[in-house]
Design a protein around this ligand. Structure first.
Ligand SMILES: Cc1cc2nc3c(=O)[nH]c(=O)nc-3n(C[C@H](O)[C@H](O)[C@H](O)COP(=O)(O)OP(=O)(O)OC[C@H]3O[C@@H](n4cnc5c(N)ncnc54)[C@H](O)[C@@H]3O)c2cc1C
Ligand code: SF4
Ligand code: SF4
Length: 955
C-alpha cells in the first residue's frame, strides 16, 4: 500500500496525526544505527486507543509496525518498512509516582531524565541510566533492556520493571502478571514452551548480567516467578507494544566520589575489574586515553580535568551517606586495585569527567586518525572476569582487519562500546568482520549485545552464541505473540541480514546545482558535503534540552518538539538528498526547504553535536544552491544586504530614520522586505562609530586593529566607543580599517555565498597592511568575529590572508586576558550573560568568564540562543519560534533578575531581542568594563609608557 493511501486509511480509522510525506519518512528512515529502512507512514498516537486503531489498520493491510521512542537505538531496532509509531510526542507523561512503594507508572514516551527529575524530589531515582537519558524514553529502554553505568548497582531495566500494559498483535490488550496467574492464552502457551525446554533455558540463558542478545527466556522459568514483564523487556518491540509501564525506583546515593584508576592500556584496565567488583561500586567504567585526547583536541586542554597518566582508565563511582564516606570508599578501591596512577575526585570535577564518559559514543565517532567510525560492533559483552583476555584478542582482530576504534564502556559488567572505521560501502568485508567478532565473543561466553539490543545488526549473529534449539525457541515464542510477524519484523526472529540496508552504502557525492561547485570547502570532511551530512549518526543529543548545562543545540527542536526541526531530522533529509532515495527534486526540493526553514543557523550543533554536524553551514549551502542565479526571497535582499543599506544610511542617518519612522512606511518596508510586522525596524545612530572615531587623537600603546562591524558602526556606536576606552585603558593603541569592512555574515546566512566571498575579499584588501604587520584584530560582534575565525577560511580556502585573519582575530575578552589586564573592580556586580550562539559554538566564553571573575563580578552565563539569531527572528514566518526560543533561557532569566542585575549581551541580535521582548536593556562587555574605568583626567593623556617600546614604563 502506498504511503498516501495508508495514511488516509489511518486517518479514516481515527488516528489523528499521521504523516506519509517523503520529508517525514526521511526523518524516520534511520535511528542511531547504520541502517536505512524507509517507513511508509509515521503516526503520533495521542492515547492508547489510537495505538490500537493504528495497529488494527496495520493488521488489516499487512503493514509492519515499529514502535519508536527517542530513536537512539544503535542497531536498527527502531526502524521499519511500514508504520512507525512515535510515542515520544504525546504518550510521554508520568502517570503516577508513589514514593512509599518506590514505583512510578509511566507512558512509554516519557524521557528518562524527566522521570529522574520527578523521582529526585523524593530522594529516589530509576536505577539504569543510559548515556542517552536526556532524550531516550522509558518505552525504548524497556524494549531494549537498556542499562548504563549504574546498572552495575541497580540492575538492568528488565530488573526494574514491575508490570506492563500491552497491546498484542491481534488487537487484544494485556496487563502482565506472573505466568501462572495470567488468564490470557499467552500464559498457558508460554508455560508450555518453557516446560518443554527447561534444561535448554537453564543452561543457555541468564549466564551473566549482560546477556542481552536474543529473548531473555530465563525470566519465564518457574524459579524466577514466570515473570512476563521482565521477559518482555529486551524484546525490542517484536512481541508486543507497551502503552504504559510501572517501574521500580531506588534511593539515590546521598554522596558520591569518583576514583580514576590509570593503567598502561585498556586490557590492563580490564584485568583489574575483578579486584574492584567485591567493593560493590555504583559504577565501574572503562575509558581509552585516546578518547580523552579527542576531547582535548576538540575543546581545548582546559576541557579535561587533570588525570593520572595512563593509556586506559577505570572510572569507579562510590557512594556514601557523606562525601567523606564516599571518598573513603574510593580510596579503599584505589588501594585494592593497584593502578599505575590514581586520583579521587568529587563534585564538579567528577561531573566533568562523567560528561566526557557520557559523550563517549559521539566522541568515538572518529578514530584517532580522524576517520569516521560507526556502530555495528559497538556493544558486545563478556563475563567481566574474561574482559582483559577478550580485549587483547579483540584488538588483535581489529589489527588483522586493519581497523581501529576507541573503546570505553561498562567494564564492571563486561560490556565494551567501540565504534569502528568500517568501510560500510564494502558489505562483504563488513559482514566478514562481524562473523569473526561474533565467534570471538561467543568463545569467551559473551553476548553480541550487552545493552543496545540486537536490532538489524546482530540478529544474524545469534547462532554464534545460541544453539539451534534456542533459536527455534525464539521463533516459537514469536509465534505465540505475533504469528503474522507484524511487530518489528527483521529483529531477533527471522532477522534481517546485518549487511543489508546500510545507509552509507547508499550515499552519493553531493555536488552543487547543475553539477557546479559547492559553496564551502568542507575541509574537515575531505571536501565532501555528503560526508559532512553523514556525520549525523543519529545519537539524538539534538533532541535533549542542554540549555541548563550551557548548551545551545537545538533551539528549534526545543521550541516545536518535532523531529523535523531537530538537527538530526534535517541531517536525515540532507542524507536522502545525497542518496536520491526520497528527496528527488535536488536542491530545490520543497522537503529540503521545509526541513531547514526553522533552523536558526545558530551553529549550536557545530559545537554541541558530538559528531560535529554543522547545520548552519549546510543551510547556507542549500540556500546558495537553491537560489544560485535565481530570484531570491525579499528578505535575502532586505536583510542579507543590510550592511550595504547601512553603509548608505550612515551617510544621512536622520533622513533614513525619518523615512522609516511613519507607521505606514515602516509597514510597507517590512512587507516588501519579508520582515515580520511585529518587529520594529532598528534606528540608525545619529553618528556612526567611524565618524566618531575619525575625530579622535590616536592613543599610545600596542597597536590593535578594531574590526568595525556593521552593527557597531551603524546601530550601536556606543559599544565601539566603550571598547576603545577599555582597550586604551589596557595599554592598546586602537586603529580601525581605512574603509568600512564586512565579514559577509548576512550574505552567508541567506546563502549568498558569492556575495559573502566578495565582501570578505574586499575586507581582506582593507586589512592587508594590518595583517602584514601582524596586528591582533579585535572583534566586538560575536557573529562577525566567528566568521573571521571560522567561515572565512571555509569560503576562501586558498587565501592565506583569510588564514592570517583567522589566527589574528580575538574577542575583546580574549585580547584583554591575553594581555593579563587587571580589569576595574566589578565587586558587587551581578551579571546575567547571554553568550551569543555563534560565540558559544566558535569562540567560546571562557575568556569572558575568566575576565569577569577577575573583576569580581558574580556571573550567571545562560545556555540557549536568544532566538533572534541574525535575520532568522526578523523574517516573516519565524516570529513565534523566535519568541519560543527566547523563552527557553533568556526571558525567564531576565524576569528572575533583580533590577540592578546587569544583562550582558555582546550580540546585537541578543540586545535587540531583549529590547523587543522585555523591558530591559542589554549591555556589551565593553560597556560594562568602560563604565567602571576610573574617570579620565587630562593627565591620563600623558603617555605612561614609551610609545615606541610599550614594555618600558616612563618615569
Ligand atoms: C550515544 C549513545 C549512547 C548510548 N548509551 C547507552 C547506555 O549507556 N546504555 C544503554 O543501555 N543504551 C545506550 N544507548 C542505546 C539507547 O539509547 C537505549 O537503548 C535507549 O534506551 C533507547 O531508547 P529510545 O527511546 O531512543 O528508544 P528507540 O530507539 O526509539 O527504540 C528502542 C526499541 O524500543 C522499541 N520501542 C519503543 N517504544 C516502544 C513501545 N512503546 N513498545 C514496544 N517497543 C517499543 C523500538 O521498536 C525499538 O526496538 C546509547 C545510544 C547512543 C546513541
Ligand atoms: S545531529 Fe548530532 S546530536 Fe543530533 S542526532 Fe545527529 S549526530 Fe546526534
Ligand atoms: S544551527 Fe541551530 S537551529 Fe539549526 S540545526 Fe543547528 S542547533 Fe538547530
Amino acid at each position: 500500500m502506498n504511503p498516501e493511501t495508508l495514511a488516509a486509511e489511518l486517518r479514516r480509522a481515527g488516528v489523528a496525526e499521521v504523516d506519509g510525506s517523503s520529508r517525514r519518512r526521511a526523518e524516520y528512515s534511520t535511528d542511531a544505527s547504520n541502517y536505512r529502512v524507509v517507513p511508509q507512514v509515521v503516526a503520533f498516537p495521542r492515547h492508547a486507543a489510537e495505538v490500537a486503531l493504528a495497529c488494527e489498520v496495520a493488521r488489516r493491510t499487512g503493514t509492519p509496525v515499529t514502535a519508536r521512542g527517542g530513536g537512539t537505538s544503535c542497531a536498527g531496532n527502531a526502524v521499519g518498512p511500514g508504520l512507525v509509531l512515535d510515542f515520544s510526542r504525546h504518550l510521554n507523561r508520568l502517570l503516577a509516582l508513589d514514593p512509599e512503594a518506590r514505583t512510578a507508572t509511566v507512558q512509554p514516551g516519557l524521557i528518562l531524565a524527566e522521570l529522574q527529575r520527578a523521582a529526585a524530589v523524593h530522594g529516589l531515582r530509576f536505577g539504569p541510566d543510559p548515556s542517552t537519558q536526556a532524550r531516550c524514553t522509558l518505552g525504548g529502554m524497556i524494549a531494549n533492556n537498556a542499562c548504563g553505568p549504574h546498572a552495575l548497582a541497580y540492575g538492568r531495566t528488565a530488573d526494574n520493571v514491575e508490570s506492563l500494559s500491552l497491546l498484542l498483535a491481534d488487537g487484544r490488550s494485556l496487563d502482565t502478571r506472573p505466568l501462572a496467574e495470567l488468564a490470557d492464552p499467552v500464559g498457558a502457551r508460554l508455560t508450555e514452551l518453557v516446560r518443554a525446554d527447561l534444561a535448554l533455558i537453564r543452561t543457555e540463558f541468564g549466564r551473566f548480567s549482560r546477556q542481552i542478545s536474543g529473548y531473555s527466556m530465563e525470566h519465564l522459568l518457574p524459579e524466577n516467578g514466570g515473570n512476563l514483564a521482565r521477559f518482555l523487556a529486551g524484546t525490542e518491540g517484536s512481541l508486543a507494544i507497551s502503552t504504559a509501564a510501572t517501574v521500580t525506583l531506588v534511593p539515590r546515593a546521598a554522596a558520591t566520589a569518583l576514583a580514576v584508576l590509570a593503567y598502561p592500556d585498556m586490557p590492563a584496565a580490564a584485568d583489574a575489574v575483578p579486584a574492584v567488583l567485591p567493593y560493590r561500586p555504583l559504577a565501574l567504567e572503562g575509558m581509552d586515553a585516546r578518547l580523552v585526547e579527542v576531547v582535548r583536541r576538540r575543546r581545548g586542554p582546559a576541557a579535561v580535568p587533570p588525570l593520572p597518566a595512563g593509556g586506559g582508565w577505570l572510572f569507579v563511582e562510590t557512594g556514601g551517606q557523606t562525601e567523606a564516606e564516599a571518598v573513603a570508599a574510593a580510596e579503599q578501591i584505589v588501594r585494592a586495585a593497584g593502578p599505575a596512577g590514581s586520583a579521587v575526585v568529587t563534585g564538579s570535577q567528577a561531573q566533568r569527567l562523567w560528561r566526557i564518559r557520557e559523550d563517549g559514543a559521539g566522541l568515538g565517532g572518529r578514530t584517532p586518525a580522524n576517520a569516521p567510525a560507526w556502530p555495528g560492533w559497538e556493544d558486545a559483552a563478556v563475563p567481566p572476569e574474561r574482559l582483559g583476555s577478550y580485549l587483547r584478542e579483540f584488538f588483535a582482530l581489529l589489527a588483522e582487519h586493519r581497523m581501529d576504534g576507541l573503546a570505553y564502556g561498562h567494564f564492571g559488567d563486561g560490556c565494551v562500546h567501540v565504534r569502528l572505521d568500517f568501510d560500510l560501502a564494502d558489505r562483504p568485508a563488513f559482514r566478514r568482520f562481524l562473523l569473526d567478532a561474533a565467534t570471538l565473543v561467543a568463545g569467551h561466553g559473551g553476548s553480541m549485545s550487552g545493552e543496545h539490543g540486537d536490532g538489524r545488526a546482530r540478529g544474524e549473529l545469534l547462532p554464534a552464541m545460541y544453539s539451534t534449539a534456542a533459536i527455534e525457541l525464539f521463533g516459537a515464542v514469536k509465534a505465540v505473540f505475533d504469528p503474522a510477524n507484524l511487530f518489528n519484523p527483521g529483529v531477533i526472529v527471522d532477522p534481517a541480514p546485518a549487511a543489508a540496508d546500510l545507509r552509507l552504502a547508499a550515499a552519493r557525492p553531493l555536488t552543487g546545482s547543475g553539477g557546479r561547485s559547492l559553496g564551502f570547502a568542507y575541509p574537515h570532511d575531505g571536501g565532501s558535503l555528503s560526508a559532512a551530512v553523514h556525520r549525523c549518526v543519529g545519537v539524538g543529543k539534538c533532541r535533549a534540552d542542554l540549555t541548563a548545562a550551557g548548551g545551545v543545540m537545538c533551539p528549534s527542536y526545543l521550541a516545536t518538539g518535532d523531529e523535523t526541526h531537530s538537527t538530526r531530522g534535517r541531517a536525515r533529509v540532507l542524507q536522502e538528498l545525497a542518496n536520491g532515495g526520497l528527496i528527488t527534486g535536488g536542491w530545490r526540493s520543497p522537503e529540503l526547504a521545509e526541513a531547514l526553514d526553522l533552523c536558526l543557523a545558530c551553529k549550536g550543533c557545530s559545537s554541541d553535536c558530538p559528531a560535529g554536524v554543522d547545520m548552519a553551514t549546510y543551510k547556507a549551502e542549500t540556500l546558495y544552491q537553491r537560489y544560485r542565479r535565481r530570484p531570491r526571497p525579499a528578505a535575502h535582499y532586505a536583510l542579507g544586504w543590510l550592511p550595504r543599506w547601512s553603509r548608505l544610511a550612515t551617510r544621512a542617518p536622520r533622513l533614513a530614520n525619518a523615512a522609516l519612522r511613519p507607521a505606514p512606511l515602516a509597514a510597507l518596508a517590512k512587507r516588501a522586505g519579508g520582515i515580520d510586522r511585529r518587529r520594529p525596524l532598528p534606528a540608525f545612530a545619529r553618528q556612526s562609530f567611524r565618524d566618531w572615531f575619525a575625530g579622535r587623537p590616536a592613543a599610545p600603546g600596542d597597536p590593535v586593529l578594531l574590526w568595525v562591524d556593521t552593527w557597531t558602526n551603524a546601530f550601536s556606536p556606543e559599544v565601539g566607543q566603550a571598547a576603545v576606552e577599555v582597550l586604551e585603558a589596557a595599554g592598546c593603541s586602537v586603529r580601525i580599517p581605512d574603509q568600512q569592512v564586512c565579514c559577509g555574515l548576512t550574505w552567508i546566512s541567506t546563502g549568498q555565498l558569492d556575495g559573502a566571498r566578495r565582501q570578505l575579499r574586499r575586507s581582506l584588501d582593507a586589512l592587508a597592511p594590518a595583517l602584514s604587520e601582524g596586528l591582533p584584530v579585535v572583534g566586538l560582534e560575536p557573529s562577525c568575529t566567528a566568521v573571521l575565525r571560522s567561515d572565512a577560511v571555509e569560503l576562501l580556502p586558498g587565501d592565506d590572508r583569510a588564514r592570517q585573519l583567522q589566527a589574528g582575530t580575538r574577542t575583546l575578552a580574549e585580547l584583554l586576558t591575553e594581555r593579563d589586564w587587571q580589569p576595574p573592580s566589578l565587586a558587587g556586580v551581578e551579571a546575567v550573560a547571554q553568550p551569543h550562539c555563534h560565540q558559544h559554538a566558535v569562540l567560546g566564553f571562557t575568556a569572558d568568564t575568566a575576565l569577569l571573575a577577575r573583576a569580581g563580578a558574580q556571573l550567571q552565563a545562560l545556555g540557549g540562543c536568544c532566538g533572534l539569531a541574525g535575520n532568522f527572528g526578523v523574517e516573516r514566518g519565524h516570529y513565534e519560534v523566535s519568541v519560543a526560543v527566547a523563552e527557553q533561557a533568556l526571558l525567564p532569566a531576565v524576569r528572575g533578575a533583580g533590577p540592578d542585575t546587569v544583562l550582558l549581551a555582546d550580540g546585537f541580535s541578543c540586545r535587540t531581542q531583549l529590547d523587543q521582548l522585555s523591558s530591559r536593556t542589554g549591555l556589551h562587555l565593553a560597556q560594562l568594563l568602560a563604565s567602571r574605568l576610573p574617570a579620565r583626567s587630562p593627565a591620563d593623556d600623558v603617555p605612561t609608557s614609551d610609545p615606541l617600546n610599550p614594555a618600558r614604563t616612563l618615569p
